[in-house]
Design a protein around this ligand. Structure first.
Ligand code: OGA
Ligand code: NI
Length: 361
């Protein structure tokens, strides 16, 4: 498959990074005005006030029939009740997780002049380095620096790799390995989610385009913040894709909104665990049996925080919508069908936080 042109539909993005949040963190005694969030958006729960109820699922024994039944049941419960959960015993080598963290940290610690070489392009698809936001039209910024890469399909990765950082020296090689490993993990998780809906194992993987499905990998660096109560590291949002796999360090800051309790909950960093959250496509495909959880990242004044985020997205041409197999007279389709080409502009238009509302029948 030919890689999509870099300038496909996307928001205006920045080439010149006007400031570095890391530098502000070193210099500013007060939170600069353009990071001050409205009262309703500000954090209500601390970055380290952990919710112990968010499910933690061991994938040990996934190959055995009886253990797999347990895992599928746990995944089904977590998807329906939480939309976010953690996995352990997932088979991703600890060494690779550590190495990806170190390479990412190595990149963010480079001098700004070096990082700016990889800054996002105006009008282009949001890939590359940005600070505060990767959008030129944002009035209020987030307290983070970020780096985004298109990693799958492989043809896209091969096209983009020449614009990935050359420092640290092992960055590119490690990211290729990380991308492939996360790709396999996503396939396995989509199998479990499919089965939990009573669908064939390969159902969701096929629905999102099989090997043409897209993967983006995003690194977030959240510097220490002088007034963490007045801002966010990353504003509240849902992920527009299929599922997201997040690796975080031990600082804490990822929060999910538990709608039935009208409450934000903080995900506890567990050494070696990966956080999984569902994106809009699973909510729609499941006809709202599962939820695309709203989430955000809060910052703190003592420690920097790093997260490595893998987004699994459908291919741009996949025909998406509620799975017909799940629909009946009692459970009619809640959303119309569409392609990602149609969905992405809805997401980028920022009219509503819940993009899927635009598809409600
Ligand atoms: C994201 C995201 C949360 C975090 O990048 O989409 O939700 O904790 N990140 O970094
Ligand atoms: Ni997210």
């Amino acid at each position: 498959m030919a890689p999509p042109a870099i300038a496909e539909a996307g928001p205006d993005t920045r080439r010149v990074v006007p400031m570095s949040v890391m530098k502000l963190s070193d210099d500013a005694a007060d939170l600069p005005e353009k990071f001050v969030k409205s009262l309703g958006e500000r954090p209500t729960i601390a970055h380290n006030d952990y919710c112990k109820e968010i499910p933690v699922i061991s994938l040990k024994g996934i190959e055995s029939e009886s253990e797999r039944a347990r895992i599928v049941a746990e995944v089904g419960y977590a998807c329906a009740e939480w939309g976010i959960f953690q996995i352990v015993d997932h088979g991703v080598p600890a060494e690779l997780m550590k190495s990806m963290m170190e390479n990412t940290l190595g990149f963010f610690k480079l001098p700004l002049d070096e990082k700016v070489k990889y800054a996002t392009m105006p009008g282009g698809f949001p890939v590359g380095y940005a600070s505060g936001s990767h959008r030129a039209d944002d009035d209020i910024l987030d307290w983070r620096e970020l780096m985004v890469h298109r990693c799958l399909p492989k043809a896209v990765r091969e096209n983009d790799i020449s614009i990935w950082p050359e420092k640290p020296e092992t960055y590119r090689k490690t990211l290729v390995e990380y991308s492939d490993t996360m790709g396999d993990l996503v396939t396995s998780l989509l199998g479990l989610i499919s089965e939990s809906l009573g669908l064939p194992t390969s159902y969701i993987k096929n629905a999102v385009g099989g090997d043409d499905a897209e993967q983006k990998i995003l690194f977030n660096y959240y510097p220490q913040c002088p007034q963490p109560d007045m801002t966010l590291g990353l504003r509240s949002h849902t992920d527009y894709g299929t599922i997201t796999v997040l690796q975080q360090d031990d600082v804490g800051g990822l929060q999910a909104y538990k709608e039935d309790r009208d409450k934000w909950v903080t995900v506890e960093p567990i050494p070696g665990a990966l956080v999984i959250n569902l994106g809009d496509q699973i909510q729609i495909l499941s006809n709202a049996k599962y939820c695309s959880v709203e989430h955000q990242a809060v910052v703190n004044s003592n420690q920097t925080r790093l997260s490595l985020v893998t987004f699994a997205n459908p291919s741009s041409t996949s025909q998406m919508g509620p799975a017909p197999e799940l629909l009946s007279e009692e459970n009619p389709a809640k959303y119309r069908s569409y392609t990602m080409k149609e969905y992405l502009p809805i997401c980028f238009a920022k009219k509503t936080k819940k993009h899927y509302d635009a598809l409600v029948i």
